[in-house]
Design a binder for this molecule. Structure first.
Ligand code: UGA
Length: 436
């Protein structure tokens, strides 16, 4: 049976999922309450930066298979409904805000035809899926609800959706699993591992995976602190431990730590949920993971002060990078932008450049100064900070820009620049976790 799909919520996750499923041949209806966003998507314009997705979106919209609307009644034409709305951190709490997920399920409930399957993809606290399923069955007894966590990385969203390293489905019936197998048939045909789980396990898989990734990053950043204190080099340490396949060399890049719309809020929501469940102690270590992560930002600020002077008032600091990571224009909880804002608050004159995230950064921190190019950004700078490891910054010739700055001092907050090249060009070069 050829299913018709709806995707509720067309942010980073939903827009990617909708375009990718359309590219697999499905008719897909994308629904969102944001009229501006829906207008853009309907014209085949991507409202954010994600490599390869703009082209895919254009092609799929032009094919006629992919449409977007703010009218929830349009989902009546679909039989499988993916819920892809956000679950941000709740104000004044560590927990996740479930308003949008709950709102999405109740908004589509009146339009579900018998036999419909609602599939949650949003990251939610364990127990949410069962609760939503019970609520849904009260109003739509012939529908069902499954959970299908999403593991895509921004910057690789299309690749991760079409060729994921696993598919995890939380289901309560064979029929729900069958429907999802039909939907993902082209992806399964690539040999993708398929994991059937119960609802709570499927919710936990997602937060466990993100907690593990966050732990890996904070582990290496803790090692960076020790390396600095002991006169070691964390980049060599990471390389050396990474050759052990039980450890692996991925996610051991020391620097200013993790940010974005997922890792930080997910570990916090996980702690909050564990506490509600009476398992607080089991996740106490995540508090330390969070603390190490935030400390990395502070260490950069301390380093700036140590290098320049305690009072930063009037000093010119150039910052390369505003996005939470390269290949993304997302500035949610961006360590780079957080450092920029903290330095500006401390009185420094901060100028920021980012190849893609400038518009979003401006919206969040309109009082910062932004430069159109990386070179313009460093003009007259007392110090340069490299905080998001875009390729563009690695390609910069340190010799060439030395004449533009006031003093040639750079802090590589991502351990991504070639230290030898920079020092040979007459720069004073600092990097987190690398005692010079
Ligand atoms: C993360 C997960 O990697 C995805 O699997 C997951 O689906 C997604 O969250 C989500 O929950 O939706 P993403 O937020 O796109 O994906 O970014 P990551 O690639 O995980 O990077 C997160 C942060 O960690 C970035 O700020 C990055 O700069 C930092 N990082 C990453 C490091 O500081 N060091 C590393 O070695 C790796």
């Amino acid at each position: 049976m050829k299913h018709v799909l709806s995707v509720i919520g067309t942010g980073y996750l939903g827009a990617t999922h909708a375009a990718c499923m359309s590219s697999l041949g499905f008719t897909v209806i994308g629904v969102d309450t944001d009229e501006v966003k829906i207008g853009q998507l309907s014209r085949g314009e991507l409202p954010f930066y994600e490599p390869g997705l703009d082209e895919l979106l254009r092609t799929e919209v032009a094919s006629g298979r992919l449409t977007f609307t703010t009218d929830f009644s349009a989902v009546a034409d679909a039989d499988v409904h993916f819920v892809c709305v956000g679950t941000p951190q709740k104000k004044g709490s560590l927990a996740a805000d479930l308003t949008y997920v709950e709102g999405a399920v109740s908004a589509i409930a009146p339009y579900l035809k018998p036999g419909s399957l609602v599939v949650g993809k949003s990251t939610v606290p364990v127990g949410t899926a069962s609760r939503l399923r019970e609520q849904l069955l009260k109003t739509s007894p012939q529908a069902d609800l499954a959970w299908n966590p999403e593991f895509l990385r921004e910057g690789f969203a299309v690749e991760d959706t079409l060729r994921p390293n696993r598919l995890v489905v939380g289901v309560t019936s064979d029929r729900a699993e069958e429907i999802l197998k039909e939907v993902y048939e082209p992806v399964l045909a690539l040999g993708t591992p398929w994991i059937r789980a119960d609802l709570p396990t499927s919710e936990l898989v997602k937060v466990a995976a993100n907690s593990f990734l966050a732990t890996k990053i904070s582990f290496i950043n803790a090692m960076a602190e020790v390396c600095e204190a002991a006169g070691g080099d964390v980049t060599v340490l990471a390389q050396a431990i990474g050759y052990d396949p039980r450890i692996g060399n991925k996610f051991l890049q020391a620097g200013i730590g993790f940010g974005g719309g997922c890792l930080p809020k997910d570990i916090r929501a996980f702690m909050a949920r564990a506490e509600e469940l009476g398992a607080k102690q089991a996740l106490e270590f995540l508090r330390e993971i969070d603390a190490i992560n935030l400390r990395a930002r502070q260490r950069v600020i301390d380093l700036v002060r140590a290098e320049l002077k305690e009072d930063l008032t009037g000093l010119k600091i150039a910052i390369w990078g505003a996005a939470f990571k390269p290949e993304s224009d997302d500035v949610r909880d961006s360590p780079a932008l957080d450092i920029a804002a903290q330095l500006a608050t401390a009185g420094a004159i901060v100028t920021v450049h980012d190849p893609k995230a400038m518009e979003n950064a401006k919206k969040r921190f309109p009082t910062l100064t932004f430069s159109a190019t990386a070179k313009e950004c460093v003009a007259g700078a007392d110090l340069v900070l490299h905080l998001t490891e875009w390729r563009e910054y690695r390609d910069i010739d340190p010799k060439e820009i030395k004449s533009l700055v006031k003093s040639p001092i750079i802090i590589d907050g991502r351990n991504a620049l070639n230290r030898d090249l920079w020092t040979a060009s007459g720069w004073k070069f600092h990097a987190l976790g690398r005692a010079n």
